[in-house]
Every structure is written in C-alpha cells, then in structure tokens.
Design a protein around this ligand. Structure first.
Ligand SMILES: [Fe+2]
Length: 307
C-alpha cells in the first residue's frame, strides 16, 4: 500500500477516471491492490456520484431484477456520497462473505477470476467526470459499486461468481499439461475468450425472466442510464434464451449499445451454466471457439500461465 501511506495532502485532489494523479502514481509503483484514499475525492467527484445515483434510481425501480433492488437496500448505499468500500463491506460480508477490494486499474484475467474464487471483487475507485455521465469505456466506482456489488448480496449469484473463479483454475491446470507451446497458447486463448464472452453476456449484460417480463441483472446495463431502458424497450435489440454454445462463439463490441442479449430463468440456472462451461472445458469443447472479439492480451495469457 505504498502511495496510501504517504501524506495524502501531498497528492493533488481528484479521483476522476483517467485523470487521477493518485492512480497514476500507484500504477507507476506497480501497486494493483490499493486502499481507497477517500479524502482525495473532489466536490466534482461527489457531484458525479450524486447525479448518477439520482437519475438511475427510478430506472432501477422499473427495469432491475428483484435481487438487485434487495441488494441496493441491504448495502445502504448513500445517494449523496461516494461510498467508503469498508462501509459497503460491513453490510456485504455477513451476507455472502464477498467484499469489494480496491484496485488501481485493469486486473489480468486469471487474477480477476481468482479474486472472485476468494470472494473478493476487484473494485475501481475512480469516478467518471460529472459533465460526462453517459459513456465510459472503462469501469468506475459507480459501475462497480452501484452496478455490480448489489448483486453480490444474493447467495446464488455470489456462488456463481465463485464458480467462474474455479473454472479459471481448471483452465490453468488443463493448459499446464500441454507440452507444445503453440498449441498451449492457442487453446488458452480460446478458453479465455469463451470465458470472457460468457461473463460478458451474463454478469455484465445479462437479462432475467421474471414472470412475463425481462428484467436486468447485468452490471453494464445496471450502471447505464440509457442502455438499461434501451435493452428492454428497443425493438432493435434481439433477446434470446441463453444457449451456452451460442454465447461462447459470439463476439461482442464494447463501444455501443448491445444489439444482442440473452436471458436466464434464475441464478440457479446461471450457476448450472457455469458448471456446464467447466464440463465443456474439460471435454475440450472450448479450445476452438470462433475468432473475433474480445482480444486476449499478453497480460491475460501470462496471468493464466503463471497460475
Ligand atoms: Fe463490470
């Protein structure tokens, strides 16, 4: 925790996404896991949280699934102030043993999934600019804490995240036994791609059937003022019951509203699909998924090879 232990007063105020001296310094020092330097949030940062929370609340009431709404009230998130992670964890840990863990930036794929296996959620602490609330390619604290963490109060959902982490562990041990280097990288790239696509179309952009309606449980949707309505209302969006073989072979793009979404019946259903994903992995069915997005980075591959 190098930077946090320094006098915070010597670091310029502001934890705005891509503009924060504190985060830049943590990255330079190689600090991935950090503490949340709460005094560095500026008035503008607090204003961004307040605006984001106020405009999302009626949309959550209309479009979010019931587990999410339960989570929002169980976490006692303050609409007026950016949450302290330790306060969030005081409410979260007794429910599912999950906790939010502050990070300075991107967490390579294996490390990310392994955190989930240990019931830790890598959490971004910066927040988007208050004059640019709508689109942000990278996660921020509103996406992570208001979009993801309320779902982690649900035991079946929390167990599903842990299963993702176990799948990553299985993947690492499967490829470790492959001798040929090219074959190893090819198979690993394909397996990570399949896992990333499955994660994207469920945890980030999933829909759930509730009676006759489709409700939102994916965090990318739950933290987007425009897309949470678009994904349910727009005739331009294709919505289908989830099929594992489709999802793992389906590319996606991150810079526009999603044109194709999948729904599950319940979190028990979702959990059973992650089980199935692991069975397919062990049977070699994830080793040649269709090419295309997402790209798998060198850092992602290395994280699995070092596991
Ligand atoms: Fe996310």
């Amino acid at each position: 925790m190098a930077t946090i232990n320094k006098e915070l007063s010597s670091i310029p105020i502001g934890l705005t996404t891509t503009e924060s001296p504190f985060i830049e310094e943590a990255k330079r020092a190689g600090q991935l896991y950090i503490q949340q330097p709460y005094p560095l949030y500026s008035d503008e940062n607090q204003d961004a949280w307040r605006k984001l929370f106020a405009r999302m609340r009626p949309r959550w009431e209309k479009y979010a699934n019931q587990h999410f709404m339960g989570g929002i009230s169980q976490l006692c998130l303050d609409p007026e102030h950016i949450p302290h992670l330790e306060d969030v964890n005081k409410f979260l840990e007794p429910l599912t043993r999950f906790k939010a863990k502050a990070v300075s930036g991107y967490v390579p794929a294996y490390m990310f999934f392994d955190c989930l296996r240990n019931r830790e959620f890598p959490t971004t602490i910066t927040i988007r600019r208050s004059d640019k609330l709508d689109y942000l390619p990278e996660p921020d604290i509103f996406h992570d804490i208001a979009g993801h963490v309320p779902m982690h109060t649900d035991p079946a959902f929390a167990d599903t995240l842990v299963r993702f982490g176990e799948c990553a562990q299985t993947a690492a041990s499967l490829v470790a036994s492959i001798k040929d280097e090219d074959e190893k990288i090819h198979h690993l790239t394909s397996i990570i791609k399949a896992m990333a696509r499955f994660f994207w179309f469920t945890i980030e952009f999933g829909l759930m059937k509730e009676k006759e309606d489709l409700k939102v449980y994916g965090s990318g949707l739950l933290s987007s003022y425009g897309e949470i309505a678009h994904c349910v209302e727009s005739p331009l969006v294709q919505r289908y019951p989830i099929q594992l073989e489709w999802v793992i072979n389906q590319y996606f793009e991150i810079d526009h509203y999603q044109p194709l979404l999948f729904w599950v019946d319940s979190f028990d259903h979702l959990f059973s699909l992650v089980d199935e994903l692991e069975k397919w992995m062990k049977a070699g069915k994830l080793e040649n998924v269709s090419p295309g997005e997402p790209a798998i980075s060198e850092a992602d591959l290395k994280s699995f090879l070092a596991a």
